[in-house]
Ligand binder design. Structure first.
Ligand SMILES: *Cc1c(COP(=O)(O)O)cnc(C)c1O
Length: 231
């Protein structure tokens, strides 16, 4: 079933890419939070190598049980005191939204002698419940973080509000795209390309149309999440 779901999602991505405005590279991240190691292996055996988790503890519990060529994406809010556990284990941190967090990432990366790839999470929709830096503050944050030696800013991430009609999220995605163009036009040292992580099961087709480079898809691949089974 995961195999069939993946085939459908991958075909949809290809089609959306062919019709998209910007014809950018699109990467699929299979969001495996709450799902078992066996389910992840099923997707792995279909060729998927990028997996997304939103909780540090859950991620750490899975990493050692799974093949080492998996690229782990941390897509959830990251607490400063947990950075040290994951710094050399994840491929990309999608959720950096404060200078304080970036400083800790830089510090821990230096300790382990690694470079940390991050995205800046922007709260485009302005929803109070969402993490992410406000859009108006994003440029200053990017400038400050770009000076940290062991961090590489690889792009921007946003989470659209849950909307019934994905077309209602289009503006949010296009605002993130425009923000990335604005930032690139400033020619900030160490920033020459910004990937956009946006789009989930409900809205990834619209997100791709508006320039997504990473889509984060859970439900459409693994089915509904059962939060009662957590931990
Ligand atoms: C859970 C989650 C997703 C995947 O959501 P689906 O609707 O299941 O595709 C994507 N991004 C983030 C940040 C998430 O927490």
């Amino acid at each position: 079933m995961i195999k069939d779901n993946l085939e459908l999602v991958q075909n949809n991505i290809k089609e959306a890419y062919l019709n998209s405005k910007h014809k950018q590279e699109v990467n699929l991240i299979a969001v495996s939070k709450t799902h078992s190691v066996n389910q992840i292996l099923e997707a792995y055996n279909c060729g998927i190598r990028d997996f997304g988790e939103n909780k540090v503890q859950e991620l750490l519990g899975k990493i050692d049980l799974l093949p080492s060529d998996i690229r782990w994406h941390l897509i959830g809010h990251l607490q400063t005191n947990k950075v040290k556990y994951i710094i050399d284990k994840v491929y990309l941190i999608h959720s950096v939204d404060s200078y304080k967090l970036a400083l800790e990432i830089d510090k821990q990366a230096k300790k382990k002698n690694v470079y940390s790839n991050i995205l800046i999470q922007v709260n485009i929709s302005g929803e109070e419940s969402k993490f992410g830096i406000e859009k108006d503050e994003a440029i200053e944050l990017v400038k400050k973080i770009s000076l940290l030696e062991n961090i590489k800013i690889k792009g921007l991430m946003t989470i659209a509000p849950a909307c019934e009609n994905p077309e209602n999220c289009r503006e949010i995605f296009s605002l993130l795209y425009n923000l990335s163009i604005d930032i690139l036009s400033l020619n900030i040292d160490n920033i020459n390309r910004l990937n956009l992580s946006m789009g989930m099961s409900n809205d990834y087709l619209v997100a791709i149309d508006e320039g997504a480079n990473f889509v984060r898809i859970g439900t459409d691949i693994f089915g509904k999440r059962d939060y009662k089974r957590e931990n």
